[in-house]
Structures are given as C-alpha cells and as structure tokens.
Design a protein around this ligand. Sequence first.
Ligand SMILES: [Zn+2]
Length: 378
Amino acid sequence: MSEREYQRCTRCVMDTTDKKITFDDKGICDWCNDYNCNILPSWNAIKNNPDALKQMAEEIRKAGEGQKYDCIIGMSGGMDSSYLCYVAKELMGLRPLLYVVETGWNLKVADKNIDCIAKGLKLDLIKDVVDWEEMKDLQRAFLYSQVPYQDFPQDHAIFASLYNYAVKHHIRYVLTGANNATECIRPPMEWVYINDLKFMRDVHKKFGKHPLKRFPTCSMFKYRIIYPIFKGMKRIAPLNMVDYDKNKAKVLLQEKYGWEPYTNKHYEDIFTRFYEGYYLPVKFGYDKRKCYLSNEILNGNISRDDALEQLEQDPYDPAQMEEDKRFIAEKLGMSVEEFDKIIAGEKKTYGDYRNSIGFVKFGIWALRVLGIEKKQFR
Ligand SMILES: [Zn+2]
C-alpha cells in the first residue's frame, strides 16, 4: 500500500501518523468533529447542572453508610488523580480510600505528591506492590515482542489491582480521574493497544521466562460484565461534573498541599517517560504529545500555534534520556546494546500475536450504540 500523503488537522495538531484519521473539506479531523458532535453537548449538560455532582455525592454517601470508606480512588500522584482526591473529599464530602500500586518505576516526585495529598486531605492510603520479578519478566517479554505498547504491563497491573481490590473489599464506587478535559482525543489503538489479556498472555508465552503467578489481571469481560452487573461495581468520573481547568487545578494543588507538577502529563514514572518520550516516537513515529496538546487546544487552554511550537522541541532532554535508558536496561537485566537493538528492530503490532480484537471492537461498538461510551476509539 502506498504511503498516505501527510496532512495535519487545521484545528488540533493530530496528523496522519494516526493512520486512520480522516479530514472534512475544511481540513478538520474526525477527532475534532466527534468532540463537537458527540462529546461536547452531553458534557456541557452535566457541567452546567450544579446538582449533578451533589446528587452523585449523595448517592455514593448513602450507599456507603456504615462502611469505613464509601469509595476508592486509584492514586498515581499525577494531576488528574490528585485533583480527583480534592474533589471527592472537599467538594463531594466523600470518604475515599486512596489506592496506590507500586510497579517499581515511580519517580520520587510522584511518591511525594501521593503523600502530601493524603496527608493534606487526611485520607487513608494503602499501597500494593507488584511482584517485581514477574513485572520485570513481563516487561522484558513486551520489549522482545517489538510492539508499541510497552506500558501495557504497568497499566494493566495498576488497573487490575484497583478493580480487584475494590470488588474484594466491597467498595462499590470506584472514582476515576478519566475526564473529557484531557482525554477526548486518545491515542489510537495502533499506538496504545487496549486491555486485552489474550494478547498479554501470548506475548508472555512467547518471550517470558517465568510463570506469572501473582501478577494482577482483570479481563475486559470481568471489568465490563462481571464486576458491574454481578458485583454492583460502579465507575464514576467526577472530573466531568466539575469545571476542570487544569491551570487552576495545578495552582490549587500547589498552594493547598505542596503538590508538584510534572513536565508532561504521564511522566510520573521513569519507564513511561522513556517509553513515551523516546521508544514510541523513535521506533514507531508515534508522538503522544499530539493527543495531549490537541485536548488542550479543544479546551481552549493553549493555542494551536503554541502546541505546534511545543512539538518542535524534543519530547525530553537527550542527556536525561540516556540516563533513563541505562537505568531501565540495568533494572530489566539487559545491556544498553541489547536495548538499542530492540529499538532498531522490527515493528510489530497486536496483529502479530493472538488477540481479542474482534470481541473488543464489538464491545466498543455496542457501548457506543447504547450511549454508554461517547468517546471515539480506533
Ligand atoms: Zn483535529
């Protein structure tokens, strides 16, 4: 197939590195049009209804009567989850338990942020540590598999631990930092594959060395069907019910709790920093900053020109990158040469492994038809 001619949206900064992007006759991309037609109207309706947050808070408080915690928050120390803790406690009057998953890569600033938010809001916090030998084995397997989605092991461990814990301890309401303000334009599936256990197991079977015995897992079926329908789990996204202005939120968290911002949305851990700032753009030409910045444009936080200027700069400092690469290689028991060889090697995708893409696509289609999922996936 011939390479498609390069094109960039005239409103946001998404471009044809997202292979399935389409443009209308004004050169505006389908992400922007989807945002205007499908997300903005219902989101505005909730945001402009001051009772929505209050009613939700009442429902959660009532359901949690007599229990130590009425909800749980997966806390990373990043801005979304930190601000969510503030919203839950101070604006909704809830009693959340903060849940932290240690995957072995946390930056000190993330740990510090978690502690200052927990202390400042007087919230209980529990930490779960993923078995490092298993984590390491799975991460190595992913690197050898040559796929783009190197954060899958961490993302899955964090996601699965949280939902498994909530259901096991009968905490029905899981509050998530997911929000329209920063996540309407999401990386396409080619860049960041979805939570597919069949795929993860196949990669591990082919390249892993040790069995995964304690590694937390939660399938889409469990998450979408078993937990909500049979266990009563509810997933709530309160940040969509408040006027979530990132700049104001940042100042509030800094002034009230001594929270520290990171240089980029997901750079709260060393592995993610390397993966998003180097591995993904260098090996595959995928730059996730395009999604982050496009969301900021849609929300009016920055201009398109400012976003384009930011994209001109290196995703992260080259000296820091070299240091991170050495650190990661050593921690995963590889040499830097081996690591470089992987990056220079073949480009593979989920299609090269066993996967549940048919089932997943059907599920996404059904959720969109039912109106449960408004955002676009591809
Ligand atoms: Zn666009």
